[in-house]
Design a binder for this molecule. Sequence first.
Ligand code: PLP
Length: 374
Amino acid sequence: MKPFDVFPLFNINIVKGEGCYVYDDQGNKYLDLYGGHAVISVGHTHPYYVEKVTDQLNKIAFYSNSIINKLQQELAEKLAEQCGYPEYDLFLVNSGAEANENALKLASFHNGRKKILSFSKAFHGRTSATVIATDIPAYIAPINESDKVTFAPFNDIEFVKKELATKQYAAVLIEGIQGVAGIKMPDNNFMKELRQLCTDTGTVLILDEIQSGYGRSGKFFAHQYADIKADLITVAKGIGNGFPMSAVIISPMFKAVHGQLGTTFGGNHLACSAAIAVLDIMKKENLVENAHKVGDYLIKELKKLPQIKEIRGKGLMIGMEFEEPIKEIRSKLLFEEKIFTGVTGAHVIRLLPPLCLTIEQADYFLDKLKKVLS
Ligand SMILES: Cc1ncc(COP(=O)(O)O)c(C=O)c1O
């Protein structure tokens, strides 16, 4: 047996990580500006994280959700303190798609409606309800085809207004910053009006903060730039710093009904210990502020480079769009300069580093990028 070939792979075997660096089995050291696809929040193998997870592993890794798990309570309290939603509840699951599936179910249970409003170029996952809300036709199998989703043009409030007026939509599902689309920012005014329209029409507003959340944008959630509150917020990636975990943060307007939602693995002891360690580190090391500071610096410096057509993003979620295809630039960064970056399509490089990236590391990248572009 061999792994199913679902992704094109670089011939690099990463065997070790430390902070913002990863190492391959040939002894090469790489600056990680990809964060394993926006997953590494507090840095690779942070000593406190390793200690907390190891400690928990030596006690108990898993027991079922049919008993009290005080770690879930501790996690909820610590998250409440940092995320700006103290009165909301927390439902823990295992992956981004699963969080969005559960959020969509909750919305539909709540108002009894069947349709979803999503946005052009959106990505929300690869499972049944999330993939139909994803605007990438190649990901949709015949079994998933459905007319339950409408894709609104991004930032087009008039389109949204007309659709929501039908009162057929259970939810609007929108990313805090569109990631897979190439780092596309929603306008603050659009978000404010969207919030109001959802309230006026009884539509649940779901903010998918799976990529843009957990401090990545320089605020705990990207939608907080628009100064709005969502009804449901989904998080994953950074929550466990690589431990597979996700969550739905749930407004008090939703009443829990036994049987509607459930999970075997979600919120297990080991996952909670990872997520608690992440929040402890984020608080102690001011990582949200750091993402803001280093991200602002990187964006300002990148904007000085005439070879880049457009720089988009907030904090440490940055898209660099080039006129020409970026394949060679990314390849040189990786194989010659030993710097990991992400991509979207043929023209956009994405930077999604750990939130502990320093100004010195940002400068190192800027030097190497200038070299590659010269
Ligand atoms: C915005 C967004 N939503 C959902 C997902 C799906 O997450 P997962 O791959 O953990 O199912 C992703 C993954 O990249 C994402 O970026």
